[in-house]
Design a protein around this ligand. Structure first.
Ligand code: CP
Length: 314
């Protein structure tokens, strides 16, 4: 297993063995998290910056905890309380923080390409924590880690992604990861949110939700990303829920061993009903747990770590 990347900007740039390296490394860090002492000194002395210019709960907190579990120092940058509000550019902000000897920038931004832009002039590593509708690589990595944990090899597995695909960075990064791992991907949602252009990515596109879910091994639900939509993409939430929401009745017609996934945040009662979100086939909380291990793995690997160096004893 080898890892050659200084940055993690998207899944497109990774090959299958890179994805499996992250998963194998994450598996080791997950075991560390189950010990009584959950910390390892792997990144002692490193400085990591959580540069979040868009709201986040899961990704920001799990990167923060990942850095702490690796014994790194972590700075949480709060955009609303920063000099960005006084007109300072993102580049000047990042260069200023880098002058304090930051080693890794974790970047979330509503503009597609912001992490790629920063990676062009920073000496530090850059990890994309979600940029606009473009990419969310650690979400895709934790998603495939969770799928592999339950199903093993994903070759030929049927994965349905249901919801707002057009505005979703999670969908794009999942499609890249799943296709590289040999899964069959079906996309479903309102036609305005699931354009047929995704067929050129090797996905099936259908607007028939019952057909999309009936043979799926995995159903990954996505919320409507209103914050990225410039105008109404469908008549209303009530209609969306009726036509595309995963409710108890629709769930009854899925395979008994289907996995229900959602990257969060969930809009309960819209894309998924609570009975389904919280049922025994739901692995949504496992995704959160695996996210911590995956983010530890990514921080470790972009710093030049090798999985053979991870402490294996308590
Ligand atoms: N899944 C995800 O990216 O959630 P947050 O926006 O809360 O980080």
């Amino acid at each position: 297993m080898s890892w050659k990347h200084r940055h993690l900007l998207d899944i497109k740039s990774l090959d299958k063995s890179d994805i499996l390296t992250v998963i194998e490394t994450a598996r080791q860090f997950k075991a560390v998290g189950e010990r009584s002492i959950k910390k390892v000194p792997s990144l002692r002395g490193k400085t990591i910056v959580n540069l979040f210019v868009e709201p986040s709960t899961r990704t920001r907190i799990s990167f923060e905890l990942a850095a702490k579990r690796l014994t790194a120092d972590i700075i949480n940058f709060t955009a609303s309380a920063s000099s960005l509000q006084k007109g300072e550019t993102l580049k000047d902000t990042a260069k200023t923080i880098e002058a304090l000897n930051a080693d890794i920038f974790i970047v979330r931004h509503n503009a597609c390409g912001a992490p790629h832009f920063l990676s062009r002039f920073l000496d530090a590593s850059v990890v994309n924590a979600g940029d606009g509708a473009h990419a969310h690589p650690t979400q895709a990595l934790l998603d495939v880690f969770t799928m592999i944990d339950h199903l093993g090899d994903l070759e030929g597995k049927q994965v349905t992604i249901l919801g707002d695909i057009l505005y979703s960075r999670v969908a794009r990064s999942n499609i890249w990861a799943l296709k590289k791992l040999g899964a069959e991907v079906t996309l479903c949602g309102p036609p305005t949110l699931v354009p047929r252009i995704f067929e050129q990515w090797g996905c099936k596109v259908t607007y028939d939700v019952d057909k999309a879910i009936q043979d799926a091994d995995i159903i990954n639900l996505l919320r409507i990303q209103h914050e990225r939509q410039r105008h109404a993409m469908f008549p209303g939430i009530g209609e969306y829920k009726t036509l595309f929401g995963l409710n108890k009745e629709r769930f009854r017609h899925t395979r008994p061993e289907v996995l229900i996934m959602h990257p969060g945040p969930i809009n309960r009662g819209v894309e998924i009903d609570s009975e389904v979100a919280d049922c025994e086939r739901s692995v949504i909380m496992e995704q959160v747990t695996n996210g911590l291990a995956v983010r530890m793995a990514v921080l470790f690997l972009v710093s030049g770590g090798q999985s053979s160096q991870i402490e294996s004893s308590d």
